[in-house]
Write a protein that binds this ligand. Structure first.
Ligand SMILES: Cc1ncc(COP(=O)(O)O)c(C=O)c1O
Length: 419
């Protein structure tokens, strides 16, 4: 009989397999210094384009002050226990009420982490006779939530209305047999390519099909819509989103998350969300910190305006220089280039070492073979000078990529990888 660990000794998994080549540099890099537009990587100054601090709140003096004061007032333990048992406070309720009002819903409920919260919310919303219909490019937390579902699930082609309708039709037929309902899950903004979920078109299908819509708006919250209420507000359909989710990990520059919906749905969820019922409550420092951040989202529209000034400068600048930035409709800025994995590694190294640009890199198998995706996240703390330097750096690396400089540099590695 095999030892359980044999497979681990033999293979570290699809990403872990690259650890000896990538760790510390391409994965698990250590960015140092205060979170901002410019940080240090391996002792060098870099412009950071890989942090979802959209509104630049992470290191805002008012935020730092409230975090420090709340830390000293409550420590990191308070309150102890799960919300249902001994971890409930007025301030948790106040934050929920304010979040609900901000995203134009009747009620909200706090989640300790977005990921587990999403998994748990999907789990709580469906029972075995129900059918889930969801985007094939959904975030891992949606996929894991769907994995818990004991009934049927259908994926539709990414953001494809024809495929959505076809799968709603299949789901409707099946639901008539099982006696269940349908949950459609989309993201407000797809975090890798930046497209918004087609919420307006999806909502229009409610006239023909009976389903409930659950939107993960991690990247839309705080960045999209007139008031910052997200992709639903941007598309004029916020009231048609049945369950709304956002995390504090991006625009709010913190930890925690929430769901918002009609009061009756939240009343049900708060008694049925296993990730919250059996886990310690969100600590007070995070709750008080979130109240402050939310207040800033409401009262400082200049943060979102600055964010979009940078987004527009970066995206227009890239397009003017002929870069392919796909079909983004959000702050997420992908740049698609053609090249092998070794070329991608050499190019990113050049960006970091010689141009002082730090951005994330995505390659096969996450995207098709032969494509390199550099993902830039503009924030309100960037400057137009950062954008200019970055555009120049991108022009320089593209020139090298196209003239085979990286290919020559990495020939040995490419041969080793069978590319
Ligand atoms: C689309 C999406 N959903 C959910 C999450 C998970 O949120 P959290 O970081 O709060 O666990 C993320 C990442 O933060 C995300 O990008």
């Amino acid at each position: 009989m095999k030892d359980l660990f044999d497979k681990i000794y033999a293979d570290k998994g699809p990403l872990g397999r690259w650890a000896d080549k990538a760790e510390g540099y391409f994965v698990f890099p250590k960015l140092e210094g205060p979170i901002s537009n410019r940080m240090k990587f391996q002792g060098k100054d870099v412009i950071t384009w890989s942090i979802n601090d959209y509104l630049g709140l992470a290191n805002h003096p008012e935020v730092r002050k409230i975090d420090a004061e709340a830390g000293s007032k409550y420590g990191s333990a308070y309150p102890m226990g799960a919300r249902m048992m001994s971890g409930h406070t007025d301030m948790h309720e106040q934050l929920q009420n304010e979040l609900a009002a901000f995203v134009q819903k009747e009620a909200a409920y706090l989640l300790n982490f977005g990921y587990q919260g999403m998994v748990s919310t999907i789990d709580a919303l469906v029972s075995k006779n129900d059918i889930i219909v969801y985007d094939v490019d959904a975030h891992a937390c949606i996929i894991d939530g769907v994995r818990l579902h004991a009934g049927k699930r259908f994926t539709y082609r990414h953001n494809d209305m024809e495929s959505i309708e076809k799968n709603l039709m299949r789901a409707t037929k099946l639901a008539e047999k099982t006696g269940g309902g349908i949950l459609l899950i989309s993201e407000g903004v797809f975090g890798m390519r930046g497209e918004q979920g087609k919420l307006k078109e999806i909502v229009a299908l409610k006239e023909k099909y009976k389903f409930r819509l659950f939107v993960d708006d991690a990247h839309g919250f705080g960045t999209l819509g007139k008031t910052g209420a997200g992709a639903g507000e941007e598309q004029g359909v916020q009231d048609q989103i049945d369950v709304y989710f956002a995390t504090f990990a991006k625009s709010m520059a913190s930890t925690g998350a929430f769901i918002a919906a009609d009061q009756e749905i939240i009343d049900y969820l708060k008694y049925n969300l296993r990730s919250q019922m059996f886990a310690k409550s969100l600590q007070m420092q995070l709750v008080e910190g979130a109240l402050k951040r939310l207040d800033m989202l409401r009262t400082m529209p200049e943060l979102k305006a600055k964010l979009w000034e940078n987004v527009n400068a970066l995206q227009n600048g890239l397009k003017e220089r002929g870069f392919d930035i796909g079909t983004t409709q959000s702050c997420v800025t992908p740049v698609y280039l053609k090249g092998s994995i070794p070329e991608a590694m050499a190019l990113v190294k050049d960006l970091r070492e010689n141009h002082g640009i730090f951005c994330s890199i995505v390659v096969y198998p996450v995207i098709p073979k032969g494509l390199i995706l550099l993902r830039l996240i503009p924030t309100a703390s960037h400057t137009l000078q950062d954008v200019e330097e970055t555009l120049d750096a991108f022009s320089a690396i593209r020139q090298k990529l196209e003239t085979g400089v990286y290919k020559r540099l990495t020939a040995a590695m490419a041969a080793e990888m069978g590319e």
